[in-house]
Design a protein around this ligand. Structure first.
Ligand SMILES: Nc1ncnc2c1ncn2[C@@H]1O[C@H](COP(=O)(O)OP(=O)(O)OP(=O)(O)O)[C@@H](O)[C@H]1O
Length: 256
């Protein structure tokens, strides 16, 4: 089980950012207080508006950046105790990932398999399976530059899990995808859940969270305001209505 306790993360604001956000504050609190847990065999959805702190939370979880405060524990042990070992357990798909134009899917898959120390035979078998599943096989030798956005997204997804991790962290996994690719990705996430993987996705799309998540964390202005089963979070209402109820509640508190 992955436990996230009291995360806080601040960033220094650039002059440009201060101008955009119309503030003189030098520090941006991206994550103020986030706690939740994620379990094997479930899809946990992190729901929040733009700028709520979802990506920052996932980057901390994926050990790309360090929290200022708080802890991430895997099966009771703080991940900072053995980061290299922890990283073998996780696959991270970030919406910020840019694939270099001149590489091919074949090259990228082999490169990342070697990086994760996956044996050649095992990597070849996994590549065949994943490329077939996502329809990448026909494009295996085509350069990224000549691919559609959907195909690039599928390649990014596949290379993030070359090492068959048991914790899968996907930031906005269906963003920018056409309906067919979205369906393939959603079905794949459900398949991974059946295999007992622990899946954490972030999204601002209510219908996606309602469709596939078992449990939900709602982040509002950097704070996790709930972490419970989808049914309990919804409390008999559409998720969107429930979200705005919690949102208005937080806004009210901020005005006090
Ligand atoms: N490196 C950084 N430097 C300064 N501010 C940052 C940095 N990263 C994030 N922020 C700010 O922190 C806040 C939370 O950002 P984050 O990307 O975590 O939100 P998000 O919920 O993922 O939103 P979105 O859906 O728009 O990506 C935003 O206001 C963002 O501008």
């Amino acid at each position: 089980m992955l436990e996230v306790k009291g995360l806080k993360k601040t960033f220094k604001m650039s002059k440009k950012q201060q101008k955009i956000e119309k503030t003189k504050e030098k520090i941006k609190v991206a994550v103020a207080d986030v706690s939740f847990d994620a379990r094997p065999g479930e899809i946990l959805g992190i729901l929040g508006a733009n700028g709520a702190g979802k990506t920052t939370t996932l980057r901390i979880l994926a050990s790309v950046i360090k929290a200022d405060e708080g802890q991430v524990c895997l099966d009771g042990a703080d991940i900072t105790g053995n980061l290299m070992d922890y990283r073998r357990h996780i696959g991270f798909l970030t919406s910020e990932l840019k694939l270099e134009d001149y590489f091919t899917p074949n090259y990228l898959f082999d490169y990342f398999s070697k990086l994760y120390g996956v044996g050649e035979e095992q990597a070849a078998q996994r590549k065949k399976e994943l490329f077939e599943k996502f329809g990448i096989d026909k494009f295996a030798e085509v350069k990224v530059a000549d691919m559609s956005t959907g195909m690039k997204q599928k390649i990014s997804l596949v290379i993030s899990i070359v090492h068959n991790p048991d914790i899968i962290i996907f930031d906005e996994p269906t963003n920018g995808l056409d309906v067919i690719t979205e369906r393939i990705v959603v079905n794949f996430l459900k398949e991974l859940r059946e295999q007992g993987k622990c899946i954490i996705i972030s999204s601002h799309i209510f219908s996606l969270i309602e469709k596939i998540c078992d449990r939900v964390v709602i982040i509002i202005r950097g704070k996790s305001v709930c972490c419970d089963t989808l049914e309990n979070v919804m409390a008999g209402q559409p998720l969107e209505d429930r979200f705005f109820e919690l949102y208005e509640n937080m806004e009210g508190k901020a005005d006090e």
